[in-house]
Write a protein that binds this ligand. Structure first.
Ligand SMILES: [Cu+2]
Length: 58
């Protein structure tokens, strides 16, 4: 995923937090499969702020 330094995180599926703070987002998955996620702050993806979620079938 490419970086978007000026991106604002005002969408419900995204959040931007100050260091040490906590927040919450809710993602609802409607299909089975793999979902990759990552931080879009410059350099964070490269530093490992990324992950994957495996969504199983009901
Ligand atoms: Cu980050």
């Amino acid at each position: 995923m490419k970086k978007f330094p000026d991106m604002e995180h005002d969408e419900p599926g995204k959040v931007t937090l100050a260091p040490g703070k906590q927040g919450e987002i809710v993602w609802q998955f409607t299909k089975a499969g793999a979902v990759n996620f990552a931080c879009l702050m410059p350099g964070h993806y490269e530093a490992g702020m990324k992950g994957a979620i495996k969504v199983g079938r009901k």
